[in-house]
Design a binder for this molecule. Sequence first.
Ligand SMILES: [Cu+2]
Length: 475
Amino acid sequence: MLSRRSALLGAFSSCVTFPQCSWAQPNSVAATDKPETVTILRVQRRNIEVNGKTASVLGIRQPDGAPGLVTEVGRRFRVRVDNELDAPTLIHWHGLTPPWRQDGVPGISGPPISPGASAEYDFPLRFGGTFWMHSHEGLQEQSLLAAPLIIRDGRNPPGQQEATIMLADFSFTPPEQIYAELRKRRAAPGPRSAEPGAANESAVPRPDLNDVRYDAFLANDRTLADPESIRVEPGEPILLRVINSSCMSAYHVDLGALSGELIAVDGFSVRPVSGQRFPIAVAQRLDILIKVPRGPAVFPVLAILEGERRQTGVSLVAGRAPVTRIPETAPTPSPALTLNLESRLRATKPLAKRKPDRIHHIDLTGDMNGYVWSINGVAWNKEVPPLAVAEGERVELVLKNKTRMSHPMHLHGHQFQVVEIDGKRFSGAVRDTILVTPGRRVVVAFDANNPGWWAFHCHLLYHQAAGMFATVRYI
Ligand SMILES: [Cu+2]
């Protein structure tokens, strides 16, 4: 099904649901969007402006310019991906559960799409939520080859306002050079040096956070020098769908003067948690419901880089209110992400209670020195045996982080439930990406119900590239 050159170019109409290329989407799908429609997604080069300079990046857009895809639960995911790049690519549908051949991981689910070729996808959408799509080929994700994938469902009342906020880390340094510089950092004693992209400002040893020094942090492709203004209706609720499409950066989402309710993580509902700040690791998503106060005002929604003051974000503009400049640094550095919120989350629809049929012990291993990252001491290569599971089993993955960095671990083709942190069992969130912080032990459980061969890896792009990658295979 993949990589066949489409002879049908032009025979499909694209799923044009929205009049302009906008990140804030109206809450309805146009009546012309029949279930049979094939949505065309073009993988292409595009320009954005960052820090006053033009940046050539990649993107996934529909023919009308809309990034990614907004659809509805119960429909089929009928998509044709056109590779308009001059390099191979393959797009992964992060958080969805397609047949494994349509999962978009080169070398696992199938070959990449050659330049000028297309691939077709067709599978049912059995659940809704906030998902995303991104390249799983090489380091393309660092060139912003990612887009939202929103599946509306009964949790979204008709007419409710919503906005998608996609976070990204950006560097003018080519990703291959960033990676090469990270790999060169071999066993340097004492404080870290040779930060890719910039000089190290401090001689004080720091915790292992943010090992790439980025030029900018983007929300919907823009920095706070020129943030997106999202018009909102005063006095009405708005659903924020926050997607962390960054390659290496975690944030604290800061609602400023607003408070919100976290109602879903990685697309799946949790018992609402009220708050003003919520952590988001790489590849995770947060659905936050906010009641916009009455009266005109501007509400910045910020994402503050973990361990630092640098921030990005958007403005919610309620009524006729003057827009003011938002600083690109927060008054104080934020802390590193912890598992405090994770341990408080409770799934509204947990997995059925069941003893595991199979338990895999997975040590997250490696070191900043030499930039070696691995699973159970083995950096990924094609010879590494998969983690075996069998259809119908309840499987538990016991994740132990033996390193000094946090790792957001992502399982393809399944959702899992967080069922234990450091020996304490609980009925945690159902999700697809779990942060495991240094020294901690986190157990996730899933039902083996999607036969095939699936990736399981750290979602930090350069950790994955360095070998913190494994596979799960049905036997
Ligand atoms: Cu990692």
